[in-house]
Ligand binder design. Structure first.
Ligand code: NAP
Length: 359
């Protein structure tokens, strides 16, 4: 059990991080009875997922009316949405699959903006039938959403892409900071069988091509690995990634350089690029780069009793990444320690080690 592994008082652990910049809890996340300014009606695809749930929560807290698409509105895994603040008056769930254009149109119709978040995120690089499981929902699904947006004359669309559509590029000079100019190389994704990165790269590039010919107003965002508390009751892939470091006691873990961003910061970024009229193009959304070995050292210093990897495989060179473009729009982010503490507190509270993986 994860709980029994966490013998450290979490609040003490937070005190130990007192050198960290002090975080002011954003008003939007506080429980509030104040009257909200009426905002427009927007649609969020895959509303019950990890990131989308935080996007829905943020939108509702700002006074938006939200159409959330889920594959099964009665599934217990989507029940948390109905409990979000302002959900009773502000949230309407629509049953929709990315491959079903009619259901998407029903959900998108009547909205001013769309946040296309849904896309499969597999728990491992090995995907048996990647065409059906990944490529179709990611690529055809994105085009279906954009088709529905065009029909409904949607004013602005935020498409959630991924760092996976940026960093898999062996031709990018090692010493050059990766930014929005860099695209993952599809041939390289294919050769390395990285089907997830391939699905995100193709989905995003097809979205841009669609926008170019249709004149739809889209912006895309490319988050790195997203961590932080889960609102949904099932485990998602990136939370599982952190949980594995805490509980699996792997013989040898990869010591690659990884980039992370808090789920709450990512939701904020998604809203910033929607609301700011000057936002255009792609946005890298990442706040911390760290070797996994150093991440584990950091975790160990806060939670010494977890079942950490016993050793690490060869080092992977650092990739430098810039979210400067997003920061110029006013985006800021939490310290990594705060994200880790809040994630682990959340895993403890919900007994995450006993949770079922979403599929
Ligand atoms: N988490 C990260 O580290 C990370 C990093 C970069 C980018 N992203 C991107 O962020 C988005 C959300 O990811 P997440 O981490 O929140 O993962 P998640 O919790 O697994 O959410 C994925 C969502 O997509 C939905 N979905 C998948 N296939 C679908 C289909 N055929 N029709 C309708 N809905 C479908 C899922 O619905 P069901 O619940 O019904 O399966 C789920 O709601 C994705 O676009 C992902 O690529 C995530």
């Amino acid at each position: 059990m994860l709980q029994s592994m966490f013998k450290v008082d979490l609040f003490k652990a937070r005190e130990n991080c007192s050198s960290m910049p002090k975080i002011e809890f954003q008003d939007d996340y506080k429980s509030t009875n104040q009257k909200l300014e009426e905002k427009g009606r927007v649609c969020v695809t895959g509303a019950g997922g990890y990131l989308a749930s935080w996007v829905v929560k943020l939108l509702l807290s700002k006074g938006y009316k939200v159409h959330g698409t889920v594959r099964d509105p009665d599934d217990i895994k989507n029940m948390h949405l109905k409990k979000l603040e302002n959900a009773s008056e502000g949230l309407q769930l629509f049953k929709a699959d990315l491959l079903d254009t009619v259901s998407l149109s029903d959900a998108i119709s009547g909205c001013a903006g769309v946040f296309h978040v849904a896309s499969p995120v597999p728990p491992s690089l090995i995907v048996e039938n990647y065409e059906v499981e990944l490529m179709q929902p990611a690529v055809i699904g994105t085009l279906n959403v954009l088709d529905a947006c065009l029909k409904s004359k949607i004013k602005k669309i935020v498409v959630v892409s991924s760092l996976g559509a940026i960093f898999l590029n062996p031709n990018w000079p090692r010493d050059r900071v990766m930014d929005e100019e860099c695209w993952s190389d599809l041939e390289f994704c294919k050769a390395t069988k990285n089907w997830y990165c391939m699905s995100k790269t193709l989905a995003e590039s097809e979205a841009w091509e669609y926008a170019r010919t249709s004149k739809l107003n889209i912006v895309t965002i490319c988050p790195s690995i997203v961590l932080g508390p889960m609102l949904q009751p099932t485990l998602n892939t990136s939370s599982l990634y952190l949980l594995k470091f805490l509980k699996d006691g792997m013989e040898a873990a990869d010591s690659g350089f990884r980039h992370f961003v808090d789920v709450r910061d990512t939701a904020e970024a998604v809203l910033i690029i929607y609301e700011k009229a000057e936002a255009e193009g792609r946005y890298v959304c990442s706040s911390h780069g760290i070797k996994t070995q150093d991440l584990v050292l950091k975790l160990k210093s806060m939670y010494p009793y977890c079942n950490y990897p016993k050793s690490f495989r060869e080092e992977v060179p650092e990739v430098k990444l810039s979210s400067e473009k997003l920061q110029k729009l006013g985006w800021s982010y939490w310290p990594l320690e705060e994200t880790l503490v809040d994630s682990i507190k959340n895993y403890e509270e919900i007994g995450a080690s006993t949770l079922k993986y979403k599929n």
